[in-house]
Design a protein around this ligand. Structure first.
Ligand code: XBP
Ligand code: MG
Length: 252
């Protein structure tokens, strides 16, 4: 039994539904800008999400179509262009936070819980989301922003979670992960963390067996109740997810 001391948040799909209308669109804009014919439709992009990381995803797309991979420099250039387009999309305010995210972040912060980010996304993309969707005060409120290539092995490897915990000086027994995908859950689990999963359209069929709580979203007190798919700790009153639920998961 342990007390909840730290919550590490995934970003894409967890803080906000950034993939379909954010990252995917930005990749396509970068392809167009580079004079490439390739476009990723909504279904194709869902398949490509099997690989985390934008540069890795471009490479994977070539591999699975048996095409010669572009050079590392070409991928880096394409990805830099994609990141610029993504920043502009986020700055236009078209990607809101998911329900309950701000409420739970505020509640945890006010309660003195250490908050951090553990994501595969490029730091510049993360910064854009914090600035335009969350608010600049969160640059200081998050005690660590662990993102992108800071670790060589991206999710599902545990490295980004381990890195964030090392930076914070917290242990896996007192830290909870918030995730949305199978790769994210595997990463958190491999780092020894308990994990709450909020699924989305791209991740609803992923394998979350063993996760502590799997729900449709974090929800809000005045919204319809969330759908509960896994509730390993027998938590009660799950109409929406409150900080007390996360504390109960750690004690359970
Ligand atoms: C997120 C990702 C990222 C984004 C794109 O995974 O897979 O690759 O799709 O990010 P997770 P970049 O939510 O599990 O961290 O293009 O900035 O790499
Ligand atoms: Mg995610």
């Amino acid at each position: 039994m342990a007390e909840l001391k730290c919550i590490l948040w995934d970003v894409d799909g967890t803080l906000a539904d950034t993939e379909r209308d954010g990252h995917r669109v930005a990749f396509n804009m970068a392809f167009e800008e580079a004079g490439l014919e390739r476009r990723w439709d909504v279904t194709t992009y869902g398949e490509l999400l099997a690989v985390t990381g934008g540069k890795e995803r471009i490479r994977f797309d070539h591999q699975r179509r048996d095409l010669a991979a572009p050079s590392t420099d070409d991928i880096a250039r394409l990805h830099a262009s994609k990141t610029r387009h993504y920043q502009n999309l986020i700055a236009s305010g078209r990607i809101p936070l998911r329900p309950g995210v701000r409420r739970l972040l505020e509640e945890a912060y006010a309660s003195g819980i250490t908050l951090g980010v553990a994501t595969t996304t490029t730091p510049a993309a993360l910064d854009a989301l914090i600035e335009h969707s969350l608010g600049s005060e969160w640059f200081d409120r998050f005690a660590v922003l662990a993102a992108g290539d800071i670790v060589p092995a991206k999710k599902p490897a545990p490295d980004i979670y381990t890195y964030a915990m090392d930076q914070l000086g917290v242990s896996s027994h007192e830290t909870l992960a918030m995730e949305d995908s199978g790769n994210g859950w595997k990463s958190a689990s491999a780092a020894g963390l308990k994990c709450v999963v909020t699924i989305n359209d791209y991740t609803k069929d992923h394998d979350f067996s063993g996760a502590d709580l799997v729900v449709s979203e974090l929800g809000e007190p005045d919204f319809p109740p969330v759908h509960v798919f896994e509730n390993r700790h027998g938590l009660k009153h799950l109409e929406y997810i409150a900080l007390s639920h996360l504390q109960d998961i750690m004690r359970g």
